[in-house]
Design a protein around this ligand. Structure first.
Ligand SMILES: [Zn+2]
Length: 67
């Protein structure tokens, strides 16, 4: 019945520590396949964000070597 919107309507991941959305991508692959390693520019904390929030539906991009 109510408005069906997520708590964060900015459409992207936010820092779980300070709530900032100014995130810097450190590694496209985190500890899990669905996570990416990012750093919060506000508080400087590294954490893993769900890739599904960063990009669209699962992109078949392997963590391969780029020549
Ligand atoms: Zn932060």
């Amino acid at each position: 019945m109510g408005p069906d919107q997520p708590p964060l309507s900015s459409g992207g991941p936010a820092c779980p520590f300070c709530g900032s959305i100014e995130l810097e991508l450190i590694s496209p692959w985190g500890g899990q396949l669905i996570t990416s390693l990012v750093r919060c520019r506000a508080c400087g904390t590294d954490f893993e964000a769900i890739r599904d929030s960063l990009a669209g539906p699962c992109s078949p991009a392997p963590p391969g070597e780029q020549a």
